[in-house]
Ligand binder design. Structure first.
Ligand code: MG
Length: 245
C-alpha cells in the first residue's frame, strides 16, 4: 500500500507545485487543433458535415442484408420509407465505427398487435448492437426490450414514446468496441441515446451482441454497417444522417 501511496503523493505534490508556478492564463490555453465550423439547422436537420444516409429520394445508400441486392423497402411520397415485410433487413453500404447517428421513425398509425408485435423494428450499430424500435405508447413488454432499450441489456431511463403515427427521433452517440490482435475485446462499446430529445441511455456499456436468445457475444469485428430491422411491422423512417467521430 505504501509503495503506491508514495508516488501518488509525489505526483500530487508535483502538480500542486506546477500549478502554483503558473501565473499567466495563456499558459493553459490550447489553440490547436481548431474545431472546424459547421452549419446547423433545427435539431433534426443534418449539419453540413453529416453523411445523409436517407433523404427521402432513394435507397441508394442501402442494400438488403440478406443478399446485398438493392434495398426493397417502400419509398413514400412524403419523403419517408417503410419496411416492406418479408423483404428483410436493410443496411448501409458504408461501414462505420464511432459515430453520431440521427434518425426519425414512426409506428403505424393503425395499431396492430401488442408487446413485441407492435411497431417493432430496430437500428443496429455495426450490424450487431440493437437500439430497439417499438411502439411502447401504452403498450407493455419486457422493460429491457422496450423502445430505446439496448436490446436485452439496458432498460431506457424513461419511456419517451409518442403516439403511433407521430414522428419520433433517435440521436445516438456511439463508441465502438476495440479488440486486440488475438480477437479479445479490450474495450467495450458505449452508447448514449436521446429519444425525442430526452436522454434515455446515458453512456451505457454494450456487453456484446444483442441476442434474442442467450447472452451477448463478443467476436472481434471492425467497422460495420448501420442496419434497420424488418420485424414484419410497417414502421417508417425518414431523415437519417450520420457523422463519423
Ligand atoms: Mg427490434
Amino acid at each position: 500500500m505504501k509503495k503506491i501511496a508514495l508516488p501518488l503523493f509525489g505526483l500530487c505534490l508535483l502538480h500542486t507545485t506546477l500549478s502554483a508556478q503558473i501565473t499567466d492564463p495563456k499558459a493553459t490555453e490550447v489553440w490547436q487543433p481548431v474545431p472546424k465550423s459547421v452549419q446547423t439547422g433545427s435539431t433534426s436537420e443534418a449539419p453540413s458535415d453529416a453523411i445523409r444516409l436517407f433523404d427521402g429520394s432513394n435507397l441508394n445508400n442501402f442494400i438488403s442484408s440478406k443478399d446485398s441486392s438493392a434495398a426493397a423497402w417502400t419509398i413514400q411520397k412524403d419523403g419517408s420509407m417503410t419496411v416492406a415485410p418479408g423483404k428483410g433487413d436493410i443496411q448501409t453500404k458504408q461501414s462505420f465505427g464511432d459515430c453520431q447517428l440521427h434518425l426519425e421513425f414512426k409506428a403505424p398509425e393503425v395499431v396492430k398487435g401488442e408487446g413485441q408485435g407492435r411497431g417493432n423494428s430496430g437500428v443496429f450499430l455495426q450490424n450487431r448492437y440493437e437500439v430497439q424500435i417499438l411502439d411502447c405508447f401504452q403498450n407493455t413488454t419486457y422493460s429491457n426490450g422496450q423502445t430505446a432499450s439496448i436490446y436485452k441489456q439496458h432498460i431506457p431511463l424513461v419511456n419517451a414514446c409518442k403516439k403511433p403515427g407521430e414522428w419520433q427521433t433517435y440521436d445516438i452517440l456511439y463508441t465502438a468496441p476495440q479488440f486486440n490482435q488475438d480477437g479479445i475485446k479490450i474495450a467495450s462499446a458505449y452508447i448514449t441515446v436521446l429519444h425525442n430529445g430526452v436522454v434515455v441511455q446515458n453512456h451505457v456499456e454494450i456487453k456484446g451482441t444483442t441476442e434474442y436468445i442467450g447472452l451477448p457475444q463478443n467476436q472481434a469485428h471492425g467497422k460495420g454497417p448501420i442496419k434497420l430491422q424488418d420485424h414484419g411491422d410497417l414502421v417508417s423512417f425518414r431523415n437519417i444522417w450520420i457523422r463519423e467521430l
